[in-house]
Design a protein around this ligand. Structure first.
Ligand code: PHE
Ligand code: CO
Length: 280
């Protein structure tokens, strides 16, 4: 299958992964037999190290959900997680070779299918990797997919992003709508903080799966932490560009996972139009 641009983080690097294995919807089989003993060992070490770092930095919902990921003595089989996940929230994991283009990505989410990269980083990349691997996708995202609030939100995001795509490419195009909603995903699902007893803690997968940025995002005095509460904040968030290859300079803090749903429920069409006018 031809390799097309990855869904987030415009980059000159070609996507990593073997896309010739993918079907038309970009999913593939998780070739579990192909993992080496070194791969399983990398997974074990990443889970052990990251789990030990979580207390006091990860939000309660994530701490509560983490055990649902199951044993961490080897790279899990997606089908085993799916048995539990389907019962809990109706979501399913599907394997993908790496980052996939935006429309197939949004379509999977809208259908409660979460794409999980099936390869794992090398031992030399334990501390930092730019693109998502199986550790980021499983450890960062999948525990909260067992939480109905996060699970419903990600599906709504997929549907909303398909709508943004249709608006951008429709009869009266709204330029940049997909980029705007993708930024919101970045600052919530990937790098979001949530208030707990007045303290911002991590719920974003990009922080939860990064040893350095987990500590930095919650404790460093360097980055800005600003509330994501009302329409003005949403507009500011969707106008904020981001870097994919360094720690964030800005984090957006939601009041609760429930508040995230309420905040994103309204029709975003006027927001995209306002931002497009500002940019144009
Ligand atoms: N409600 C938004 C819209 O109408 C879509 C959306 C849902 C955005 C969930 C983000 C998260 O476009
Ligand atoms: Co991610």
């Amino acid at each position: 299958m031809a390799v097309t641009p990855a869904v987030y983080g415009a980059s000159d690097r070609p996507p990593r992964g073997d896309y010739s294995r993918a079907h038309d919807d970009y999913t593939c089989a998780q070739n579990h037999a192909a993992y080496t003993e070194a791969d399983h060992d990398t997974y074990r070490r990443l889970v052990a190290r990251q789990s030990a770092l979580l207390p006091g930095l990860a939000c309660r919902a994530f701490m509560d959900a983490l055990p649902k990921l199951g044993a961490s003595d080897a790279i899990p089989r997606f089908e085993d997680i799916n048995e539990r996940l389907l019962k809990a929230t109706g979501w399913q994991l599907v394997a993908v070779p790496g980052l996939i283009p935006e429309v197939p990505f949004f379509t999977l989410l809208a259908n409660r299918k979460f794409p999980v990269t099936d390869w794992i980083r090398s031992a030399a990349e334990l501390d930092y990797i730019v693109e998502p691997d199986i550790f980021h996708d499983l450890f960062g995202h999948v525990p909260l997919l067992f939480d109905p609030r996060y699970a419903n939100h990600i599906q709504a995001y997929g549907q909303g992003a398909l709508k943004a795509h249709a608006l951008e490419h429709g009869p009266e195009p709204t330029p940049g709508a997909v980029e705007m909603i993708s930024r919101l995903y970045w600052y919530t699902i990937e790098f979001g903080l949530v208030l707990e007893n007045g303290q911002p803690l991590a719920y974003g997968a990009g922080i939860l799966s990064s040893p350095g940025e987990l500590v930095y995002s919650v404790q460093s005095s360097v980055p800005q932490r600003t509330p994501l509460r009302g329409t003005a904040d949403l507009l500011r968030c969707m106008a904020s560009t981001y870097k994919i290859d360094s720690y964030q300079q800005q984090y957006f803090v939601i009041d609760s996972l429930d508040a995230l749903q309420g905040l994103t429920a309204p029709d975003f069409t006027p927001l995209y139009q306002a931002l497009a006018r500002q940019a144009g």
